[in-house]
Write a protein that binds this ligand. Structure first.
Ligand code: NAD
Ligand code: UD1
Length: 337
């Protein structure tokens, strides 16, 4: 297949590009580089050994997206391009409505104009809000707890509506749990701008010495060691899931909404220990107050993905820590692994 990846130069998009290329698919990337490094395409070409067309454009620019789809006729679009910071979304809701919701509407318009009728969409476990229990199944109620989560839910609904009304032949809403890690080649990874919000990038920067210690946000949650529990998923496993989901929906012309997690809950302290074991580095910690808006514990029931398109995560938390560290260490000029 030939596939256009919006936001394909970003963290999850670039890993998915590598996974698709490995499975023999052709990739076209459309990205405005708002949150991607300029050298990602060159790194991807080194990694895959393939020439990858890059279109620098905004998904809200319908003529540019239509032109890209006409120049590179594709079987499907994988839609990663979005803003993703919860705090920023609460500070500037209109920015998030514009980039995420209007952006998705514009992309869908361009696809319709260019007669592209299949889409895989990056959703998030954030649509479950504070769940009543874990493991979380896809039919659990959705809840909006912040503007970012609202935009994900609206984007999912838009895509489901177009599938129901047959404007789209096939669609996959993929609800990611907590993606971490990096490609084992060390060529691509996550490069947060400024101070990382998320746990793994923060821990990795403590390990390089860029940050003095990790602040553990709360140790009085109702969890085995009192710290927050999440379902971390290696980005390489996540990327493979995109390839399998895409192949499934295109072959069968069906629409699905599926969790992508490992099914394993890991606490903040367990992740720190796994990181220290995997890398031999020490991570100093300080216990800090709970972070507003945080959920105590959630993890996926990932059975539907396995039943539907035969995917399950293979990599464990130590793999995630080792690969995050390899990437972060190389960025910091540390020759450790
Ligand atoms: P990322 O920021 O690394 O990648 C997004 C890419 O989209 C970037 O390359 C950026 O330059 C591009 N982009 C942003 N706005 C654009 C626009 N208007 N037009 C064209 N390109 C644009 O983020 P990521 O972590 O790879 O996330 C990808 C998707 O997965 C997002 O939709 C995000 O909401 C979703 N998601 C991410 C996580 C996570 O923890 N990383 C979790 C759940 C869901
Ligand atoms: C965050 C986002 C969520 C998004 C998810 C995946 C918020 C409120 N939620 O969730 O919408 O889908 O990332 O990218 O931002 N922690 C620390 N110290 C730190 C950083 C994190 O103790 O410096 C703890 C958190 O309290 C939490 C766990 O580590 O218990 C994971 O945090 P994080 O990586 O930010 O992910 P989420 O909270 O799941």
């Amino acid at each position: 297949m030939r596939v256009l990846l919006t936001g394909g130069a970003g963290y999850i998009g670039s890993h998915t590009a590598a996974a698709l290329a490995e499975r023999g698919h052709e990739i076209v990337i459309l990205d405005n580089f708002a949150n991607a490094e300029r050298d990602v395409p060159a790194r991807l070409e080194r990694l895959t050994g393939k020439k990858i067309p890059i279109i620098e454009a905004d998904i809200r620019d319908v003529p540019a997206v239509v032109a890209a789809l006409r120049e590179h006729p594709v079987d499907a679009v994988i839609h990663f391009a979005a803003l993703k910071a919860v705090g920023e979304s609460e500070a500037d809701p209109l920015l998030y409505y514009d980039m995420n919701i209007i952006g998705t509407i514009r992309l869908l318009q361009a696809m319709q104009e260019a007669n592209v009728t299949r889409i895989v969409f990056s959703s998030s476990a954030t649509v479950y809000g504070q769940p009543d229990s874990s493991p979380i199944l896809e039919d659990f109620p959705t809840r909006v707890e912040n503007i970012y989560g609202r935009t994900k839910l609206v984007m999912e609904d838009l895509i489901r509506d177009l599938a129901r009304t047959k404007k789209l032949k096939a669609a996959a809403n993929l609800r990611y749990f907590n993606p971490v890690g990096a490609h084992p080649s060390g060529q691509i990874g996550e490069t947060p701008r400024g101070v990382p919000n998320n746990l793994m990038p923060y821990v990795s920067q403590v390990a390089t010495g860029e940050r003095p210690h990790l602040r553990v946000f709360g140790n009085d949650y109702d969890t085995p060691d009192g710290t927050g529990v999440r379902d971390y998923i290696h980005v390489v496993d996540l990327a493979e899931a995109h390839a399998l989901a895409l192949e499934h929906i295109v072959t069968n012309d069906v629409s699905i909404t599926v969790n992508l997690g490992t099914g394993e809950g890991t606490s903040v302290l367990q992740l720190v220990t796994a990181f220290e074991t995997a890398t031999g580095r020490t991570i100093p910690i300080v216990i800090a107050p709970r972070r507003p808006g945080d959920v105590s514990s959630y993890y996926a029931n990932p059975a539907l993905a396995e039943q539907t398109f035969g995917w399950r995560a293979k990599l464990n938390v130590e793999d995630m820590c080792r690969d995050s560290w390899r990437w972060q260490a190389s960025r910091a000029g540390i020759n450790d692994i």
